[in-house]
Design a protein around this ligand. Structure first.
Ligand SMILES: [Zn+2]
Length: 303
């Protein structure tokens, strides 16, 4: 108990019971000696990731919708300027792509969203972990620069161009097959472009996929950078495969403990992978952990 001083406080000494010793031996079956405690931060991180991804999802969906509308107008413009015989040609699609200026779209609309999101996720993760673990954590300047630099690296113009091109082609092809008026085909383009290759799942799914994958990547990088800043954390426990539809590879690695320096090499196996890292907080002396929960039974011997 913390000592307090002050004139209005206890006047006479109070006999306190002896504190319970953590070194007190427990029945052999239920004890295991470890170098430190695993702090289970995964539920808190997952809850924050859901909230953060939801904010980004709305922004991404809005940007993709605007791109669809611009593609619709670009198509109508190109259609008017070309003879009907060119209605299905690749050059018509190229003309639309020139008008869309995807490089500018990625740099001016998508990239700022993702970089802002990177800063938000980094600050949020540092704060969440400090509360959960109770240790001082401060992501270093160099790590912060690297995390921000990597934000949105998979969503640059060369990454999105093939999907935009394919969506416009598909809309024109479907419109032509249906023998419809160009205005109706333009509406198809407006609908197909935001969905990209997720023709059936639709644009909402695409925005969710991008935002969740991006948020989880940023959160993982921020987590490891935060752990690196405190000398009490020398290793991490891998948590993955906790969802009901997890694949075997994710389930198999759950619970393994790796040194902090090697954790960055453990990569997500698939988009929206919920791989996360719990810190192993080292103690000066070996402590006895009673009653190991079932999820830790698979942990190999500690280094
Ligand atoms: Zn996974």
């Amino acid at each position: 108990m913390r000592e307090r001083s002050g004139s209005c406080f206890v006047q006479t000494p109070v006999q306190l019971p002896a504190p319970l010793s953590r070194e007190k031996p427990l029945p052999p079956k239920r004890t295991r000696t470890v170098l430190g405690d695993v702090v289970h931060v995964t539920p808190a991180l997952q809850a924050r990731a859901r909230l953060l991804a939801h904010q980004l999802e709305r922004d991404i969906a809005g940007a993709l919708r605007r791109l669809g509308t611009e593609a619709m107008h670009a198509y109508l413009h190109a259609r008017l300027a070309n003879p009907p015989s060119a209605a299905q040609s690749a050059s018509l699609v190229n003309q639309i792509l020139v008008v869309l200026r995807l490089r500018t779209f990625a740099q001016r609309r998508l990239h700022p969203l993702l970089v802002n999101h990177g800063a938000r996720v980094m600050a949020d993760t540092q704060r969440t972990l400090q509360v959960e673990i109770g240790l001082e954590l401060k992501i270093g300047e160099q790590d912060a620069q690297a995390i921000m630099g990597a934000a949105g690296k998979d969503f640059r113009a060369p990454d999105i161009e093939p999907q935009v091109r394919a969506a416009i082609m598909a809309a024109i092809r479907d419109g032509f097959a249906a023998g419809e008026h160009p205005v109706k085909t333009a509406r198809r383009i407006q609908a197909y472009v935001p969905a990209g290759r997720f023709v059936h799942a639709g644009p909402a799914y695409r925005a969710k996929l991008i935002s969740r994958t991006e948020t989880l990547n940023l959160q993982r990088a921020s987590t490891l950078a935060a752990y690196e800043s405190n000398a009490s954390i020398l290793s991490v426990q891998i948590r993955d495969g906790l969802l009901s539809d997890s694949d075997d590879a994710c389930i198999e690695r759950d619970g393994r403990i790796v040194p902090i320096g090697e954790a960055g090499a453990v990569q997500p196996l698939h988009p929206m992978c919920t791989l996360s890292f719990s810190p192993v907080v080292s103690r000066e002396t070996r402590i006895v952990v009673p009653d190991i929960p079932p999820s830790l039974e698979r942990v190999p011997a500690l280094a």
